[in-house]
Design a binder for this molecule. Structure first.
Ligand code: ATP
Length: 203
C-alpha cells in the first residue's frame, strides 16, 4: 500500500487549508468526510443496509438518509448509534482505501477530522499529522466562518478530543496559531520529509 499520512485537527483548526497546500505540492488527498456523506446521499451505497436495519422511514423523499430523524434516534438510543456506525464505518474505510489507490502522487493524505477520537484510523496510516492552534483562536475562526453562536462552537469543541490529547497522538504538528503565510514553509518541510519516507518505504 501507499505511504499514508492521516491529517487531523479540531473543528476550524485549518485542515482544509493545509490539505490544499499539500495537494499543490503533488500529494493525493482523500477527504473522508466527503466520502462518508456520499454513502448516505440520495441512493448512496450505504442506504440499502441502513434502511434494512432501521426501516424505510429513515430515507427522505430523495432517497438520502433523513439526518434529523437519525440524529434524534442515536441521541436517545446509544445502541442505535453503535449499529449505524457498524454499518457505515467499514464502508467508509473500504471506500477511502479504494480511492487512495487511484491517485498517482508520491504519497496520500487522508483528511480525517476524528482520527484521534475514532481509533480505527491510527493503525491504517503511517504518520499522524495534527494541525494545531490555541482553542480560543480555533473558536474565533469557526464563529467567523460559520456564523454559529459561540456557545454551539464551544459544545462541538467539547465533544472533540482536547488539544493536548490530539497533540499526544501526533507524529508531526503544523502550528496554525499564526498567519496563513506561516503555513507554507511548514508544509514544504513536511512534504520533503514525507517524500523521503515514501521513497524509503518507512513505516
Ligand atoms: P473543519 O473541521 O470545520 O472542516 P478545518 O480544520 O478544515 O475545519 P479550515 O476550513 O481549513 O479548517 O479553516 C477554518 C477557517 O479558518 C477557514 O475560514 C479558514 O480560512 C480560516 N483560517 C485557517 N487558518 C487560518 C489562519 N492561519 N489565519 C486566519 N484564518 C485562518
Amino acid at each position: 500500500r501507499r505511504f499514508t499520512v492521516g491529517l487531523t485537527g479540531g473543528i476550524g483548526s485549518g485542515k482544509s487549508v493545509v490539505a490544499r497546500l499539500f495537494a499543490g505540492r503533488g500529494a493525493d488527498i482523500v477527504d473522508t468526510d466527503r466520502i462518508a456523506r456520499s454513502l448516505t446521499a440520495p441512493h448512496g451505497a450505504a442506504m440499502p443496509a441502513v434502511l434494512a436495519a432501521f426501516g424505510d422511514g429513515f430515507a427522505d423523499a430523495h432517497g438520502a438518509l433523513d439526518r434529523a430523524k437519525m440524529r434524534a434516534l442515536v441521541f436517545s438510543e446509544p445502541d442505535a448509534k453503535r449499529r449505524l456506525e457498524g454499518i457505515l464505518h467499514p464502508m467508509i474505510r473500504d471506500a477511502v482505501l479504494a480511492e487512495s489507490l487511484l491517485g498517482t502522487g508520491p504519497y496520500v493524505i487522508f483528511d480525517i477530522p476524528l482520527l484521534v477520537e475514532s481509533g480505527t484510523w491510527k493503525d491504517r496510516v503511517d504518520r499522524v499529522l495534527v494541525v494545531d492552534c490555541p482553542e480560543a483562536v480555533q473558536a474565533a475562526r469557526v464563529v467567523a466562518r460559520s456564523a454559529l453562536p459561540a456557545s454551539q462552537v464551544q459544545a462541538i469543541m467539547a465533544a472533540q478530543a482536547p488539544r493536548q490529547v490530539r497533540l499526544a497522538a501526533a507524529d508531526d504538528v503544523i502550528d496554525n496559531g499564526g498567519e496563513l503565510a506561516a503555513l507554507a514553509p511548514q508544509v514544504d518541510r513536511l512534504h520533503a520529509t514525507y517524500l523521503t519516507m515514501a521513497e524509503e518505504g518507512v513505516k
